[in-house]
Write a protein that binds this ligand. Sequence first.
Ligand SMILES: CC(=O)N[C@H]1[C@@H](OP(=O)(O)OP(=O)(O)OC[C@H]2O[C@@H](n3ccc(=O)[nH]c3=O)[C@H](O)[C@@H]2O)O[C@H](CO)[C@@H](O)[C@@H]1O
Ligand SMILES: C=C(OP(=O)(O)O)C(=O)O
Length: 435
Amino acid sequence: MKWLSVEQTPQLHGSVKIPGAKNSSLALLAAACLADDTVILQGIPNILDYQVICQIGKEIGLEITRDAAGTVYIDSNRIFHTGLDPIKSSSFRTAYYFIGALLSKFGKVSLGYPGGDNFVSRPIDQHIKALEKLGATFTFHEDYYEVEASELKGATIYFDTITSGATINSMLAAVRAKGTTTLLNAARDPEVVDTAMFLNKMGAKISGAGTDTIRITGVSQLNGCIHTVIPDRLIAGAFLISAGMVGGTVTVQDIVPEHLRNCVVKLQEIGLEFMIEGNSITSYSDGKLKATRVRTGMYPGFPTDVQQPMTALLTQANGKSIISEKVYPNRFNHVPQLVKMGAEIKVRSGVAFIKGKSSLKGAAVHASDIRAGICLILAALAAEGQTMITGVQHIERGYENVVEAFQSLGARINLKDSIMSEDDIQKYGGVYHQL
Ligand SMILES: CC(=O)N[C@H]1[C@@H](OP(=O)(O)OP(=O)(O)OC[C@H]2O[C@@H](n3ccc(=O)[nH]c3=O)[C@H](O)[C@@H]2O)O[C@H](CO)[C@@H](O)[C@@H]1O
Ligand SMILES: C=C(OP(=O)(O)O)C(=O)O
């Protein structure tokens, strides 16, 4: 079993190069299947979700190779069937992008129900509604579903809620559909824009990405291209927060500062200071933090994926903070773990009430999803003694080399990959057996 050992760290200092965005990469890998020649993608992180896509790809004839420099080559010309392994496709969230990407070329796709971070129920009704409007039919079975379309036709689609996933999936399905598609109340996330820019490089005709109305004129063919995925704003946000957690100076490099404006402004209110220079942001903190109110929202709102590290940070702010989780109201699996470490947090109806400043103490805690994992790492840096974090496989879904990145800032964190030794079991007071 893999687990993380994290010890209290007085301050963090240094720079971290931010990898390509997971959420964009997962869309681009599927989108690449729409091209009739090889697509070259730079900056795709070598995370678990990518590795599963490679395995699924191999089984259907989709060739994905990665060279020593990390450049990924995708050749979809030899796809010979579109039945994605239900178990593998259920092990991450975005297998559904392969519906949008493969339907226009092959007319039929089958796959397992969406997995990924199961912190709450995550409906896909807007994906279904949009794809049905474009001409698809869905058949649901116990552990997989099938989607068919003899022809996809452009349509006007209004999303009842702002969803990045359904916006991207609809763009993928519409780019080779007949006629024009209009997406109303579309998500404006940078990952939506990145996907549209990538598709346009392949020859698609998409306008309006980044606004709430996107227009797509279907084309009959898409070609290969070279594209570099945007940097991961969510990882960058967590590292900016890390400076506030224990004090210090942390620079995130290779980012798009505009994507992080929401986080930076909110963190300034709490007492962090920033310097933005070109493609990097430096975050400074003397450890004195003020309580605040945070309300998550779809981009450009405060990201739900940065809510968890923010929760950890606010345990160290003097006074009462309130976090309203508006995207996924029950996304607070990290809270009981923080409470185990000594945090004073109560959650009621999608709102977390945090009383700071708490003296955190090392404990055995479990990361139930990607961002909960990063939240616990941050809390552990501030906690007296040692913290043991299990659930590393969740963190690895989203973060490549997370341990090395924190170590480079001076964090006392180590990945252990073993049955715990008698000494460790003693150290954690036998809590390992209770997990
Ligand atoms: C791989 C990926 O990109 N994951 C991100 C993506 O997830 P994902 O694409 O699943 O999230 P969405 O943007 O679709 O979800 C936004 C909101 O819409 C709702 N909704 C969504 C689809 C639908 O059919 N019906 C519906 O009601 C959701 O419950 C949620 O309240 O955006 C989330 C919100 O920023 C992030 O937390 C995830 O990290
Ligand atoms: C929820 C997340 O991912 P996914 O949608 O892939 O489960 C996340 O990245 O925090």
